[in-house]
Design a protein around this ligand. Structure first.
Ligand SMILES: NC(=O)c1ccc[n+]([C@@H]2O[C@H](COP(=O)([O-])OP(=O)(O)OC[C@H]3O[C@@H](n4cnc5c(N)ncnc54)[C@H](O)[C@@H]3O)[C@@H](O)[C@H]2O)c1
Length: 440
């Protein structure tokens, strides 16, 4: 990345478009409005709460990130979205049952103004879902054109200057790229011929990129993760990022595993299971949707622990991930990790982690940060895959030939150094100024 401080200023409103107005999206929208009204704090949002160190630690220069880089302020945000169900954001938030009525009721008037546009949806890709608010057209190409029209309409309705899109829709069945994903010509042809390898989330990503909107994918879906859409984004100067918000059990895994590895403690096995009862859990109850999740969750330990470099410590690691749909819990997930580790001379130990988490409470600030950072990336002239946003994802979307980075601490340093470079400042290496033997 080249050092630049030529960020286009954030004039005017920023429209955040969300395919999928479910638990995560409504918790995000209601949360932003609650913060704007001083009813709550944006806890969990790096862009809003975190400081960034400049220069040496002793210089004590620690501005808030949002004061340091030119991010759109929350007061500039407008919202829009699509969903298979016609519920407005208030009804959808009540249904999702993440936020209580004490927080939601004062926001009712505002949330009722956000009504979902008709979705591009097919049960072929999300089998456990069916709803009436769905577009119909002859071809997938026509559906993508209709989404582009929706984007332009919502921009004009809200008077927004710029827009970004963050996928908050359901997890689609597991898919691999096929011939129609090789390049954009094949992709357009595929849409026109209704190729079954093109799922709705890919049409949203295509529409966003064609309209110049930065795009983030919060689910494990293929979506923008194909040569065709990667090159389209690079050619059109549009930043993209994905996949699958890093919350809950995987967040804990990428916090714990780097620490165990740093101390050269071995791991025999890592068993992760959880129960959750929200609509996401219901969708993931379908084995083909679960397969998409399993793949994004599974890769994490291998890249952090590097068993090829440390075969004695991690060569035989058995990693198992289970998700169980259990309606009584709603959005309040309970996760258990049983980790079998070993230390000095091979002696065994165990770690038990019981995380009573709230999925959407962990995901909502990620949506906010991605919207603001992708808008910043767009105004800074960055395009294509934004690996510096890996921090937010279970399965970071990386350029062909690059290896995903899962270690949250490395991801965090990279995120902040990218912000420093974008603002024309020096990256921080955590070494002292005169890194010589006498100064260690
Ligand atoms: N909550 C978390 O911690 C978390 C973490 C990582 C990833 N995710 C992913 O984020 C997504 C949203 O999670 P959620 O808990 O809000 O789920 P949810 O089921 O509450 O919301 C998803 C919404 O998307 C809608 N939808 C599905 N397909 C659509 C389409 N093609 N177009 C428009 N709308 C569509 C559904 O009707 C639903 O309202 C899921 O894919 C989930 O796997 C969530």
């Amino acid at each position: 990345m080249t050092s630049t401080s030529s960020i286009q200023p954030h004039n005017g409103k920023l429209l955040v478009l969300l395919p999928g107005l479910g638990a995560v999206a409504t918790t995000f929208i209601a949360g932003v409005e609650a913060v704007r009204r001083d009813l709550a704090l944006p806890i969990g949002s790096v862009s809003q709460m975190q400081t960034i160190r400049l220069g040496q630690r002793s210089e004590n220069r620690n501005p808030l990130i949002r004061d340091f880089v030119d991010l759109a302020p929350l007061s500039d945000l407008e919202f829009g979205g699509w969903d298979v169900f016609p519920d407005d954001a208030f009804d959808a938030a009540v249904r999702a049952a993440v936020l209580d009525s004490k927080l939601l009721d004062p926001l009712e008037d505002f949330l009722r103004t956000i009504r979902p546009m008709e979705a591009v949806f097919s049960r072929e890709y999300v089998r456990r879902l069916d709803g009436p608010n769905v577009k119909s057209a002859k071809s997938k190409y026509d559906l993508a054109e209709a989404l582009r029209e929706d984007i332009r309409k919502r921009i004009s309705e809200t008077g927004a200057d710029r827009a970004v899109m963050v996928w908050c829709g359901s997890t689609e069945v597991y898919m691999r790229p096929s011939a129609c994903h090789d390049d954009i010509e094949a992709f357009v042809e595929g849409m026109k011929k209704n190729d079954s390898a093109i799922a709705p989330s890919q049409l949203y990503a295509y529409a966003a990129i064609m309209e110049g909107l930065p795009y983030a994918n919060g689910a494990p879906n293929l979506s923008a993760d194909s040569r065709a859409l990667e090159s389209l984004a690079a050619d059109r100067g549009v930043p993209i990022a994905g996949k699958d918000f890093k919350t809950g059990q995987t967040l804990m895994k990428t916090i714990l595993a780097p620490g165990l590895k740093a101390r050269m403690l071995g791991i025999h096995g890592w068993f992760s299971t959880n129960i959750l009862g929200n609509r996401d859990g219901e969708v993931l109850d379908d084995p083909d949707s679960f397969r998409s999740k399993e793949v994004t969750k599974q890769g994490v330990l291998d890249t952090i622990l590097q068993p090829e470099l440390y075969p004695e410590l991690y060569g035989d690691l058995y990693h198992k991930v289970r998700i169980n749909y259990y309606p009584p819990r709603g959005d309040s997930k309970e996760g258990w990790d049983s980790i079998d580790i070993f230390g000095w001379l091979g002696y065994d130990m165990q770690i038990k982690l019981n995380f009573l988490c709230r999925d959407s409470i962990l995901a909502a600030p990620i949506v906010l940060d991605l919207a603001l950072f992708l808008d910043l990336a767009g105004r800074s002239g960055l395009s294509g895959i934004q690996e510096w946003l890996s921090f937010y994802f279970k399965s970071p979307h990386v350029r062909e030939g690059h290896i995903q980075e899962h270690d949250i601490f490395i991801q965090h340093v990279r995120l902040k150094n990218t912000l420093r470079v974008l603002a024309g400042k020096e990256p921080v290496t955590h070494l002292s100024e005169n890194y010589t033997l006498e100064h260690l």
